[in-house]
Every structure is written in structure tokens, then in C-alpha cells.
Design a binder for this molecule. Structure first.
Ligand code: ATP
Ligand code: MG
Length: 426
């Protein structure tokens, strides 16, 4: 036998049982987004590398060490598999002048790529729901995005406070962050002996990221560091308080986490994360924030924006841990075809049933009645349709309920569209 080829490390297959849950979740998400007025758009998986270097920031985990990048063999272009979706969304919005007619609520779902160490809830190919609202500067749309995520939790059977919790923070404006940053550098310099190697390296390139450290021995020096909140001006505080008032009015509990800075460079004002106790070490399922300067940074006419990314693998882990299951996706009927001569007539009837919305599986590959009935049972179908010789000669098909005690009955081949509704799941 030839040598088996395996999937690339950190990139997973989804077999039908698992994919069925994904499809159900994805359709719930699509449906919900439509009800909130968000429209789908799609951008390429491959983008020019400079888009991410400029759009995410040079001194970030993603750009420093997580991107799958290469040089195009034909023309030498530097290309990257998208590690996140916002930069591509912004590029597309600028490229197509999509804000010309006013603000825009958009989303997409798809694969992202990061070269990380694979573990539970962390892959090299993973999937995100990405949602962006372009053109609104105020906290109203910030609250809308956060509350839309809460609506999704509820729709999927997850409970805030029990399964998921919200953290928010305000990162203010660039000049406020500069003042804070200077105070922060002074604080860390004064306690340089408490910093680890990574923190020392980041001290001058990106000191804010030191606050994001997972090193417990730096907890004290981080906890006693100057707080950005104390450097915020009136406008930033008003934005933050406006958001808080809307969340409070909606009865959504949250924690203000002054250490929440997010991994990406482009955020300002509102940032938020939804975390879950169901996830273990990779606890963040959804993270987002406001990026009012990103459009300009990537060459567009200045326009505010806010968005979030939700990790779908982590969402699936949560649903699994919470015991949430997709509704049963068994077919309604399974067609038993004892003799191949019945195939043309059977296929015509199945076609008519399917066009009436009935999910019906045809037995393929022949075999005894007994083995076909076994398949019918295993399919989970509610009915077997038996295209036997006698029935066919009478212009009929036998319909046998596979669950419960109801008796078998016959229906006319010619008017399947009329009785299709009898097979539809109630
Ligand atoms: P983390 O701190 O877990 O690395 P992050 O800050 O890098 O997360 P974001 O860039 O904010 O993550 O991405 C948004 C969401 O995408 C995360 O909250 C998470 O649910 C998901 N995500 C990010 N990286 C991965 C990955 N490698 N595998 C699976 N999901 C991921
Ligand atoms: Mg990360």
C-alpha cells in the first residue's frame, strides 16, 4: 500500500457528524446577523503581506511570529494567509469605496491561519466569525455589537454569567495612550529587575503589551503599573460611559478590565472580550474593539470602525461542554429499491419529493431487502419508501413508518407532490 498522507499539523478535518453541528451553528449565526442588519461580504484568504504588517502592527505576536508568509515564485510578491479578517475587510472597503453611500454593517466567516503551537482551542487553521461596523463613531454601535453577541449566546443556549462573561475596557485616544505609555515605561524602568526577557524587549517597542503578560512572576509589577483610565480625557470617558450606560440598560453584566489591551495594535476607545469558563486555558471566545484610525492607516479616507472576531472552534468546544446539541439532521425518508428495474421510476418520485422539501436518501448499490432495510434504519429516517415490483405495477409506492407502530400505506407514484407533506417532519 502507498504511504498515507496526513493533514498539515494544526489543520483539522471535519467529518460529517462534526460538520453537521458546524452547519447548524453557522446557519444560526447567519440568521441572527441578518436580523440585526449585518450583510455578508467575502475577501480573499491570501493578501499582500504588507497589509497585515501595516494593519495589525509590526510589534504584535501575529506579525512577529505567527504568519504563514511566502514570496510568490512568479513575481516575487510577498503574500500571507490571512491571520485575521479585519485588515482584509478594511482593504476591500477602501478599494471599492464601499463607504461612499454611508456607513456599513458587514460580516464574514471563514478560515484564518496562524503558525502557533497547536493545543486545545488553538489551531494553525481555525475559523472566525468576523463582524465589522464602519462609519459610526459613537458608543451606540459598540453596544449593538456586544449585545448582538449576547443574543447569539442566548440563541445557542449559552447563558451569560454561567457559560460566558464580558470584559470591557477603554483604550482612549493616541495622545492619551502616549501619556500613559510614558508613565508606563518610567514605571517598568524603575522596576526593571522584575521584568522577564520578553518584557524587556517590549519595553520600548510596545510596553502596553507587557500588561498582557501571562508570566505570574510579573503580576505585581503589572498590577501596580499606571492605569490608562487615569489618563483618559473627557471625550474618551464620555464614550466609555455611554457604552456602559447602554449595556447597563440592557441588563448585561460585565467587568471593566483595565489590563485588557488586546493583541492587535490598531485598537482605540472600546475593547472587549467574551471569555468562557468552559474553555480551559484558551478562555477567550470573542474579542473586538474600535479601530478609528485603521481605515486611514491603510490608505482610505478617515472613517471610524469597530468589529470583533469570534473563534468558531472555541465556540464549538463551549457548546460541546455545555451539552448543546444540533437538532437531529436525519433524512425524513429512505428509498428501498429491491430491483434495479425500479430505479428510473423511483428516482423520478424522489426528485418530486425533494423539490417539495422532503429530505430523502436513495439506497444505492443494490443488495437484499434485508440489507436495504438495515440501512434505512441506520439512516434515522422516519419512513422507508419501498419501490417493490408489485407496488410499481399498480403505479404505487409503499410507505412504511420506521418509528412507532403506525401501519404501512401506499401512495400513487404519479402525484408525489400531493402527498410529500405527509413525510415532512412535523
Ligand atoms: P489568544 O490570546 O487566545 O491567542 P488572540 O488575542 O490572538 O487570542 P484574536 O486575534 O483576538 O485572538 O482573535 C479572535 C478570536 O479568534 C479569539 O478570541 C479566539 O477565539 C480565536 N482564535 C485566535 N487564534 C486562534 C487559534 N490559533 N486557534 C483557534 N482560535 C483562535
Ligand atoms: Mg493569539
Amino acid at each position: 500500500m502507498a504511504e498515507k498522507l496526513l493533514a498539515v499539523k494544526g489543520m483539522n478535518d471535519l467529518l460529517p457528524d462534526e460538520a453537521a453541528t458546524w452547519e447548524w451553528v453557522e446557519s444560526r449565526i447567519r440568521d441572527l446577523l441578518a436580523r440585526w442588519g449585518y450583510r455578508n461580504m467575502r475577501t480573499p484568504i491570501v493578501e499582500p503581506t504588507p497589509l497585515f504588517v501595516r494593519g495589525i502592527g509590526e510589534v504584535t505576536d501575529i506579525v512577529e511570529k505567527e504568519m504563514f508568509s511566502w514570496q510568490d515564485a512568479m513575481n516575487g510578491d510577498r503574500l500571507t494567509l490571512r491571520p485575521e479578517a479585519t485588515a482584509g475587510m478594511v482593504r476591500a472597503v477602501i478599494e471599492h469605496n464601499a463607504l461612499y453611500n454611508g456607513p456599513l454593517r458587514v460580516w464574514q466567516m471563514g478560515p484564518m491561519y496562524r503558525h502557533e503551537r497547536p493545543q486545545k482551542g488553538r489551531q494553525r487553521e481555525f475559523h472566525q466569525l468576523d463582524v465589522e461596523a464602519f462609519g459610526w463613531p459613537g458608543p451606540d454601535v459598540d453596544a449593538e455589537l456586544i449585545l448582538m453577541v449576547r443574543a447569539l449566546w442566548r440563541e445557542l443556549g449559552l447563558v451569560e454569567g454561567q457559560h460566558v462573561a464580558l470584559e470591557i475596557n477603554c483604550l482612549g485616544q493616541p495622545e492619551e495612550r502616549r501619556a500613559h505609555r510614558a508613565a508606563l515605561v518610567a514605571h517598568f524602568e524603575a522596576h526593571a529587575e522584575l521584568l522577564d526577557a520578553e518584557a524587556k524587549r517590549r519595553l520600548h517597542s510596545n510596553p502596553l503589551r507587557i500588561l498582557d503578560t501571562k508570566n505570574p512572576s510579573m503580576a505585581v509589577v503589572v498590577d501596580t503599573a499606571p492605569k490608562l483610565m487615569d489618563f483618559l480625557g473627557a471625550a474618551s470617558l464620555a464614550h466609555f460611559n455611554g457604552l456602559r450606560a447602554l449595556l447597563d440598560a440592557a441588563g448585561l453584566a460585565y467587568t471593566v478590565n483595565p489590563r485588557l489591551v488586546r493583541g492587535l495594535d490598531y485598537y482605540g476607545l472600546t475593547v472587549f472580550e467574551w471569555t468562557s469558563t468552559l474553555l480551559g486555558a484558551q478562555a477567550t471566545v470573542c474579542g473586538g474593539g474600535r479601530y478609528d484610525r485603521l481605515v486611514e492607516t491603510l490608505g482610505g479616507k478617515p472613517a471610524p470602525g469597530i468589529g470583533f472576531g469570534m473563534g468558531l472552534e472555541r465556540l464549538m468546544l463551549m457548546l460541546d461542554a455545555a451539552g448543546v446539541k444540533a437538532p437531529d439532521a436525519a433524512p425524513q425518508a429512505y428509498a428501498i429499491v429491491p430491483d434495479v428495474v425500479a430505479l428510473p421510476a423511483a428516482m423520478q418520485v424522489l426528485d418530486a419529493l425533494r423539490s417539495q422539501g422532503v429530505a430523502v436518501v436513495m439506497h444505492a448499490g443494490g443488495g437484499s431487502m434485508k440489507s436495504q432495510f438495515k440501512r434505512a434504519d441506520a439512516s434515522g429516517a422516519a419512513f422507508a419508501l419501498i419501490f417493490g415490483g408489485d407496488e410499481l405495477a399498480a403505479g404505487q409506492v409503499a410507505v412504511k413508518p420506521l418509528r412507532g407502530e403506525a401501519a404501512q400505506f401506499t401512495r400513487a407514484l404519479a402525484d408525489a407532490a400531493v402527498w410529500a407533506h405527509e413525510l415532512r417532519r412535523t
